[in-house]
Design a protein around this ligand. Structure first.
Ligand SMILES: [Zn+2]
Length: 225
């Protein structure tokens, strides 16, 4: 099992003392052999605007802790009912000191084709994660999804969020649905291995499984340099 560790932007409004304690612990834990990815970190503009500068401050404190051989797992959410172009471009700017070779997992991607091309231009080793949220994509988001190079596409269960209709929570055994929706949008057949996952027992349910399943088939991404 691979571990990713970070401080989520939704926690940026915690007290200075708490944030400092977390940063200290994060710096220590990121040295562990088991940790291969830093995140989620990023920006979330679905939070009240008065918290946005706190998210930027947190990110500026966290970026220097990122290990060069780790994958950076980024959370980026725009304002409610928006594809978040301003949030993606702000985040891209906040990461300007990172090397062009940085491996990035831009998780639960909701951006348009413009955002996609700007990210790949600046960070060619960006992988784009898609969840059941694809079901709500508008035409511009679908255009982005169809233009993601296959080698840069990840499927995420994102448990427990975005459950299927009739379910309180999502779980890794629902990843088939994300695969089916992505395949439908890209007009390609669903890979048989995804079909098998549909009947996989829910043995991995839980928070820690998010990256286990989300990153299945992406050994290249997690290969240590
Ligand atoms: Zn997230």
């Amino acid at each position: 099992m691979a571990v990713a560790l970070g401080i989520h932007p939704r926690h940026a409004s915690r007290s200075t003392r708490t944030i400092n304690e977390w940063l200290e612990r994060l710096e220590r834990l990121l040295r562990s052999e088991r940790v291969v990815a830093d995140g989620e970190i990023g920006v979330d503009h679905s939070e009240p605007p008065q918290n946005w500068h706190l998210q930027m401050d947190l990110l500026r404190l966290t970026i220097p802790l990122v290990k060069g051989n780790h994958v950076l797992v980024l959370h980026c959410r725009g304002m409610k009912d928006d594809c978040g172009t301003e949030a993606f471009m702000l985040l891209l700017n906040l990461l300007k000191r990172l090397p062009v070779t940085q491996k990035i997992h831009l998780h639960c991607f909701t951006g348009n084709a413009y955002v996609l091309s700007r990210w790949l231009e600046r960070f060619p080793d960006t992988w784009f994660g898609f969840t059941n949220k694809v079901a709500t994509f508008d035409n511009l988001q679908q255009e982005a999804l169809t233009s993601v190079p296959e080698s840069r596409l990840l499927l995420e269960s994102y448990a427990p969020y975005f459950p299927l209709r009739g379910n309180k929570w999502s779980a890794p055994n629902q990843i088939y649905e994300a695969a089916a929706r992505v395949a439908e949008c890209r007009q390609v057949p669903v890979h048989p291995s995804c079909r098998r996952r549909r009947i996989m027992p829910n043995a991995y349910a839980g928070w820690e499984s998010r990256y286990l399943l989300g990153l299945i088939g992406t050994s290249k991404l997690l290969t240590k340099r």
